[in-house]
Design a protein around this ligand. Structure first.
Ligand code: HEC
Ligand code: HEC
Length: 340
């Protein structure tokens, strides 16, 4: 039994090796076998610096270079913050692929060029720190590093450097985020067909139960649901966000291989599975859904699927707490001295 398991892992590893070659090919602009959405006329694109650029930039003070490289290291291997800021199996690069540089895979540099900005999700003006903090609270099912801490400074420095040479506050950015398929879920989206797409295209790496895969304790394929995955408040829990991410990035190394319908179906299927509680939980999933409907209208949280009310539970995964620091209210009313 054990050796069968080993063979399975080796097959998966070989597969992964092939596809990382495909990713490399893609990054060197050999777009032969991949189909990504085209950039619309007038949209702005920016080529984010590479690791070699960081290493060779003569203008960087050696101390600053160290901090940027630390930020990159934390971005690629965020598991080093496990139990402190991270309480699931994710790394930042699990969703922001290609070191956070790839178009259609949530490139991170636009955050550095467009923040501070108002954000509907929390209803106030957000800083870059706060945007990063949001992904810690939800995508990493954790709690953000303190603003101003070494960890936060390093991550901010990496994000900011990725934006080197990009235009400030130009929001007409091609390939930003994930949302190329639009936000309207097709009326004929199908859980059952999603399950079939999953079994045929995804289970080999992400596991038959979405649990992902570890080799020698290291996460090689991240989980898609369950305790090791993103929580119910994460951007990826929105069906349209997952559908676009999947369409343009999955199966690994084969962007654009699934039809739009297949991407919607499998995103629906994945996001109809249980995951750690939304940190904004009021004790009642339906009520929480209503309270944050602006966000949750795009998720299946607090709705009934196959006779089960999704999100009605106290499971926070490995995380011992619920409410993230990021939800502190803020006011900038006239005459009010802002909090320290
Ligand atoms: C489970 C997937 C996932 C993981 C893991 C994740 N993110 Fe994100 N991230 C997203 C999604 C989805 C969005 C877009 C959310 C939206 O559209 O509102 C996003 C947006 C962002 C943005 C804003 C990008 C922009 O265009 O303005 C930044 C910056 C960011 N993430 C940083 C991070 C960092 C740093 C980490 C690791 C600590 C991380 N993310 C981990 C899914 C993820
Ligand atoms: C060859 C292995 C492989 C296959 C097949 C594959 N993935 Fe992935 N997937 C990965 C890896 C590896 C990552 C993380 C990327 C990284 O760390 O660079 C990932 C990341 C993801 C993520 C974001 C991170 C998370 O865990 O939530 C989602 C969602 C996802 N895959 C969905 C799918 C779906 C849906 C399919 C099938 C259509 C699929 N994947 C097929 C390897 C694979």
């Amino acid at each position: 039994m054990k050796s069968v398991h080993k063979v399975f892992i080796s097959i998966a590893m070989v597969l992964a090796a092939c596809v990382s070659t495909a990713i490399l090919a893609m990054q060197s602009n050999d777009v032969g076998q991949v189909k990504l959405p085209s950039i619309k006329p007038g949209q702005y694109v920016h080529q984010a610096p590479t690791l070699a650029d960081i290493q060779n930039d003569k203008d960087l003070h050696p101390e600053l270079r160290k901090v940027i490289l630390k930020g990159r290291d934390l971005f690629m291997n965020t598991q080093q913050l496990r139990g402190k800021n991270v309480f699931n199996d994710m790394n930042c690069k699990s969703c922001h692929m290609g070191e956070g540089r790839m178009a259609w895979s949530g490139p991170v540099w636009p955050a550095a060029t467009t923040l501070p900005d108002y954000r509907g999700k929390n209803g106030h003006v957000n800083s870059l720190e706060e945007r990063i903090a949001g992904c810690f609270s939800y995508s990493m099912n954790g709690t953000p590093p303190e603003y101003g801490s070494d960890t936060m400074l390093a991550l901010v420095a990496y994000h900011q450097y990725m934006a080197k040479g990009a235009k400030l506050y130009d929001r007409n950015i091609g390939g930003r985020g994930f949302s190329s398929l639009g936000t309207a879920m097709p009326a004929d989206v199908s859980y059952n067909q999603g399950a079939v797409v999953y079994a045929l295209n995804c289970a080999v790496c992400h596991g038959p139960n979405g649990e992902g895969k570890r080799v020698h304790g290291e996460v090689v394929f991240p989980p898609l649901w369950g305790d090791g995955s993103y929580n119910w408040g994460a951007g990826m829990a929105r069906v349209f966000t997952a559908a676009s991410f999947i369409k343009n990035n999955m199966p690994l190394g084969q962007p654009g291989r699934l039809t739009d319908k297949e991407a919607w179906d499998v995103a629906y299927f994945i996001n109809a599975q249980e995951r750690p509680q939304d940190p904004r939980y009021t004790g009642d999933a339906k009520e929480t859904r209503e309270k944050y409907l602006n966000f949750h209208k795009a998720t299946l949280y607090g709705t009934e699927i196959n006779g089960k009310l999704l999100g009605q539970h106290d499971n926070t995964g490995e995380k011992p707490f619920l409410k993230p620091d990021v939800l502190k209210p803020r006011t900038f009313a006239e005459g009010v001295v802002p909090e320290m």
